[in-house]
Design a protein. Structure first.
Length: 322
């Protein structure tokens, strides 16, 4: 009797267990995100009390936002080249709108929303959801892989006070994770994953090695501009020493990749605390406040670009219908 009853209840038990695991995972993410954000905000507030924030120079802050957007354009260019190599012809403006939509979607729980946002918007010829999702995922993995590995190498060889247990933990976590992401973004790895999870009769896209190698160069240019963005943000705060382009590049790359690897929405809190830890190894003051300011600048830049691209896309669509 009991074995038969347990066998009949098996599907319900498995469904309930999956539901509870999903709820617990979501609750853990919310708790970790709230804790990291609260601690980062507390440290930034304490540091901000020592500065005259009314003396912020907004011109370098605008420069920081411009450098950030310019860097992201190289990533969007890689996505465009990847689609063109597959025989697709996406409309550049719609692709750019989808790209910035994905950046805003990263603040939603779950990495899948970035892919959903980037596959729902673009228009053009020979565009398929599978090609859009594959190339968008490869772009994200490659960007974070280059940032994680390159940033850790620069940090290890240039930080004057590197060597604390926290430093080594960040380095191993981010550098190791970045190396995994670089391998996962390789065409052979992406193709193997697509064949393994194939559930539709649609043939998986064949990614090109030359596009991957071009992506390494484009992502390096992107991170250089993101490092320059941090340098401009430093100049915006009063009485803050200039860290230099190499420390800025290393700090931004390591912090952004580490935030991505934590799987917290947008790396909220974790990115700021990591950036503060890396900048502290370069003996830079007010590191947490600078990290919080950089987050605000980047979010504002993403939102402004999304609104601008969406409006231009709407105008272009209305003209096309006429």
């Amino acid at each position: 009797m009991w074995p038969d009853l347990l066998r009949r209840l098996g599907p319900f038990r498995s469904q309930a267990g999956a539901r509870w695991r999903s709820l617990l995972a979501g609750a853990a993410k919310v708790l970790l995100t709230a804790t990291a954000l609260a601690y980062a905000a507390y440290r930034a507030f304490q540091e901000g009390r020592k500065l005259e924030l009314a003396e912020i120079d907004w011109l370098p802050a605008l420069g920081a936002g411009a450098c950030y957007v310019s860097g992201l354009l190289f990533c969007a260019a890689f996505w465009y080249l990847s689609l063109r190599s597959l025989g697709s012809t996406p409309h550049p403006l719609s692709l750019l709108t989808a790209y910035f939509t994905g950046h805003l979607a990263k603040y939603l729980p779950g990495k899948v929303w970035v892919v959903v946002a980037r596959t729902s918007w673009p228009r053009g010829r020979n565009l398929t959801p599978l090609a859009l999702a594959t190339t968008a995922t490869q772009e994200t993995l490659l960007m974070m892989g280059v940032g994680g590995v390159g940033g850790c190498v620069l940090w290890y060889f240039t930080a004057p006070t590197f060597g604390s247990p926290v430093d080594w933990g960040i380095l191993l976590f981010t550098g190791g994770g970045g190396l995994v992401l670089l391998v996962a973004a390789m065409p052979i790895a992406v193709g193997w994953a697509l064949r393994l999870g194939r559930s539709t009769p649609e043939s998986p896209p064949r990614l090109r090695w030359r596009v991957y190698l071009c992506g390494l160069a484009l992502m390096s240019l992107c991170w250089g501009l993101l490092g320059l963005s941090l340098l401009f943000a430093t100049a915006a705060l009063p009485d803050l020493d200039n860290p230099g382009i190499v420390p800025s590049l290393a700090a931004v790359a390591v912090a952004t990749a580490a935030g991505f690897l934590t799987f917290l929405p947008g790396g909220l809190g974790s990115r700021e605390l990591t950036l503060a830890a890396v900048l502290a190894s370069y003996q830079l003051r007010y590191a947490t406040l600078l990290a919080a300011m950089l987050r605000a600048i980047w979010v504002a830049a993403e939102l402004a670009c999304w609104i601008g691209c969406a409006l231009l896309e709407l105008i272009a669509t209305q003209r096309h219908r006429r």
